[in-house]
Design a protein. Structure first.
Length: 398
């Protein structure tokens, strides 16, 4: 049977005239060039290290560090510890600053952003002054200001306390020092009560939401939940006979010993990061609130919704769809800006690992690769969480 052809059919393009096939070839060439460059750099670095008598690889992590670190929360550290322990200390310190800084900057930024829209002239001008001041002063300068001009000039422990004195709380140039809480037998029940209160508060909020959808009646779930979270552990604590001792610090001949110390480097870095980032978050919050149609506010007022409820239940939930994407960038900036801690010798990852450890070992490729991987992981985790939250609050089209 003779084969017929359609005279109107468009012939298939040749290989090099097909844009999809050309794109595959070009991408393959780009990847090959990148791979060759990476191989050349790694080989050149390995040869240079071998010429200098340095061994490549991660075996140096088992060697003793031999230097002290001023703050090691959650990770026991001595000068005999390995470089891997130094890495863990820097990682933990970086994560603590990043997490606490993001939470505090979020709350402060929301407060300043809402104050920026206040009808009170004085409150609005104070919020505007705050934003314009701290957004236009370099972050490094703010860190040095809090450390060198505010915390370091504070009086020392010997000027504030006498030898042998028990100190329950003190602010001096060595940091913030307070009595150490030591749990006694039975104190674990207080933690159980706290966890139970959190679960009950969550259930109350869900039931209140269902009740409001069915009847339109509101229930003070936030106040009830806060009362449960605070009250139930307190009642348990006193019912068990207060099973918690506060062990004070004691003034020796030269310094305070014992207690819990928050070093001034941490305080200065946290203050600068929170205040600086909150100024940007405040403007994001302001723009997000102003992006909500004014008709929403008027409709809530017409229904008799109180101003506090109007902001919390009507305006802010809609504004969050505008706020979350740029807010993610500010959280990422705060995490990465924590590397400026090296200016005041706070022992974060960049200071003690990419700084001191690199200078001592010379393992530039391995140390920088680990440091880059940590910051990349923290940034991806933050972005992933914020993207998940953004998808939760996004409008669902029908």
């Amino acid at each position: 049977m003779a084969k017929t052809t359609d005279p109107l059919a468009v012939p298939a393009p040749s290989f090099w005239r097909d844009p999809d096939k050309r794109a595959i070839v070009y991408q393959g060439l780009v990847l090959a060039v990148i791979g060759w460059l990476v191989y050349a750099m790694v080989s050149n670095t390995a040869n240079n290290m071998e010429a200098q008598g340095l061994a490549s690889g991660f075996g140096f992590l088992k060697s003793s560090a031999g230097f002290g670190i001023i703050s090691t929360p959650f990770v026991p550290y001595t000068e005999e510890a390995s470089y891997f322990v130094v890495f863990l200390v820097g990682l933990v310190n970086t994560v603590i600053v990043a997490f606490v800084g993001c939470v505090l900057a979020l709350f402060l930024g929301f407060f300043i952003g809402i104050a920026r829209l206040s009808k009170n002239w004085l409150v609005q001008k104070i919020a505007t002054f705050y934003i314009e001041l701290f957004r236009n002063v370099p972050l490094l300068l703010q860190i040095l200001f809090w450390y060198s001009a505010v915390l370091k000039p504070l009086p020392g422990p010997r000027e504030l306390h006498e030898k042998g004195e028990e100190v329950f709380f003190s602010i001096n140039n060595r940091g913030i020092i307070f009595a150490e809480p030591v749990g006694q037998p039975g104190f674990e029940n207080v933690w159980y009560a706290l966890f139970a209160a959190i679960v009950v508060a969550w259930l109350v909020s869900k039931l209140a939401a269902v009740r409001q959808m069915r009847t339109g009646k509101q229930f003070p779930s936030f106040a009830v939940g806060l009362l449960l979270i605070v009250g139930l552990p307190l009642v348990t604590y006193f019912a068990l006979g207060r099973p918690l001792d506060m062990v004070p610090a004691e003034m020796s001949r030269f310094a305070l010993s014992g207690g819990v110390t928050i070093i001034p480097e941490f305080v200065a870095l946290l203050l600068a990061l929170v205040i600086y980032t909150a100024a940007y978050i405040a403007e994001i919050v302001r723009s997000g609130i102003q992006a909500v149609s004014h008709g929403q506010t008027e409709a809530a007022s017409a229904l008799g919704v109180k101003p506090s409820h109007r902001m919390r239940l009507v305006v802010v939930p809609q504004a969050m769809r505008v706020i979350v994407p740029p807010l993610t960038s500010q959280f990422l900036n705060l995490t990465k800006n924590s590397s400026l801690a090296t200016a005041i010798a706070y022992p974060d990852l960049f200071s003690v690992f990419a700084g001191t450890t690199l200078n001592q070992t010379g393992q530039a490729v391995e140390i920088m690769a680990m440091t880059l991987a940590v910051y990349l992981t923290l940034s991806l985790l933050t972005s992933g969480f914020m993207n998940w939250y953004n998808s939760r609050i996004a409008l669902v089209e029908r």
